[in-house]
Write a protein that binds this ligand. Structure first.
Ligand SMILES: *[C@@H]1O[C@H](CO)[C@@H](O)[C@H](O)[C@H]1NC(C)=O
Ligand SMILES: *[C@@H]1O[C@H](CO)[C@@H](O)[C@H](O)[C@H]1NC(C)=O
Length: 375
């Protein structure tokens, strides 16, 4: 995944760094000035580092005097979480150059499972790997039985995999340079198949449902306390919620083909929040668009499908509006790509925490200060 602004920033940073090295070389003979330069260099680098990794405080908690209605509206704010993991073998996914190549192996995903043991929401999980099912069960064994439903699934039950051949053909085309196999594209697409299957089950007792990728809380530490995800108090339940990665205005001139060629990501596909009816309607629209794009020779991940759906060419066809949440860099102590891609799930986590706090201590409200955009 590429983001031009971040990339430019980092190139500039590396450039400066080389400049500093040059200065150090020249001054080597003059020990005094060299020492001076070094000291200033360290100070500059240190304060640079401090600025780069400054945590940003986000106040999620709602002031009840300001918006009592929406607070009451979201009183049923529990979320059933749907997830899926399919074992598609090991492969390398080369991402942004500053980030190491991630190897997408089963072991890798298993390391991320610990966070699901901390998650106090009801979960419906689809897996095709027995060992994975076992691990997941163990992680959630301490929670009430009704909180975990595991469904064993195989790829041929997921309609996304019916299009694998077409994806393969597109992948072989020289103008496409996807760094991952067709199975990965199909797996990303299949999350909407799994979500649809979950919605048809009787197990969903909550109004709100969220799709969540297996690794979304991988930044948590083993010693972190358990957590719950709740609907943010400003969420408009007529819409579908996503984390925003690139501002929509960057997309305002792009056709779907350009979105695929430039690998543009508008919203992150890893976490999708909504009420059942809105999600169902979105799935239909998503699927129609994905098939339409496939017929045009375009295949990548769900993120490119969604960016295309809301691009100028297709936006007028969409009945479901998307509500995006964007977090500043350093919020929830997330840096790198994480503050973009994990924004909404962390806001949901913080929403649960401030609601617990306000129940204990009703006077202690913070003012809402999150940058959600109603688009
Ligand atoms: C939400 O979940 C909590 C804890 O699981 C439960 O006590 C509460 O009754 C639920 N609320 C609703 C409206 O279902
Ligand atoms: C919620 O979203 C719907 C549909 O997108 C919109 O018509 C409505 O005005 C929104 N409500 C609020 C309170 O923003």
């Amino acid at each position: 995944m590429r983001f031009i602004p971040l990339q430019q920033r980092c190139t500039r940073l590396l450039g400066n760094h080389e400049g500093f090295c040059g200065i150090v070389q020249i001054c080597r003979n003059r020990t005094r000035s060299a020492a001076l330069v070094l000291v200033s260099l360290i100070i500059v680098m240190y304060s640079g580092f401090q600025i780069m990794y400054m945590p940003v405080e986000m106040n999620i908690c709602q002031d009840p005097s300001k918006s009592k209605d929406s607070y009451l509206q979201n009183i049923d704010d529990n979320i059933t979480i749907v997830t899926m993991y399919l074992n598609i073998g090991t492969f390398k996914k080369t991402s942004f150059f500053l980030f190491s190549k991630e190897s997408y192996a089963t072991d890798h995903y298993k390391n991320w499972l610990f966070s699901w043991g901390k998650l106090n929401n009801r979960v419906i999980a689809f897996f095709d790997d027995d060992d994975f099912i076992e691990q997941f069960r163990i992680k959630r064994a301490h929670l009430p039985d009704s909180f975990t439903k595991i469904v064993r699934i195989s790829k041929d039950q997921l309609s996304a995999f019916k299009y694998k051949k077409q994806v393969e053909e597109i992948n072989q085309h020289p103008s496409f340079s996807l760094s991952y196999p067709p199975d990965y594209t199909c797996t990303m697409d299949a999350k909407y198949d799994a979500l649809e299957m979950a919605l048809k089950m009787d197990d969903i007792k909550t109004s709100y449902v969220a799709w969540m990728d297996i690794g979304l809380f991988r930044r948590l530490q083993e010693e972190d306390p358990p957590f719950t995800l709740k609907v943010p108090s400003d969420f408009n339940s007529s819409k579908l919620g996503f984390s925003e990665v690139t501002s929509r205005k960057w997309l305002s001139q792009l056709t779907p083909r350009e979105i695929y060629e430039k690998n543009v990501v508008w919203v992150a596909g890893g976490f999708v929040l909504g009420v059942k009816k809105v999600i169902s309607e979105f799935i239909t629209a998503y699927r129609n668009t994905a098939r339409e794009l496939l017929a045009q020779g375009l295949a990548d991940t769900d993120q490119q499908v969604i960016a295309s759906m809301y691009s100028p060419d297709m936006a007028s066809k969409q009945k479901i509006d998307i509500m995006t949440y964007s977090c500043p860099r350093g919020s929830f102590s997330l840096y790198g790509h994480a503050y973009l891609y994990f924004c909404l799930p962390y806001i949901c986590k913080a929403s649960a925490e401030c609601k617990t706090r306000s129940q204990k201590n009703p006077e202690n409200y913070n003012h809402i200060h999150i940058s959600s955009r109603h688009s």
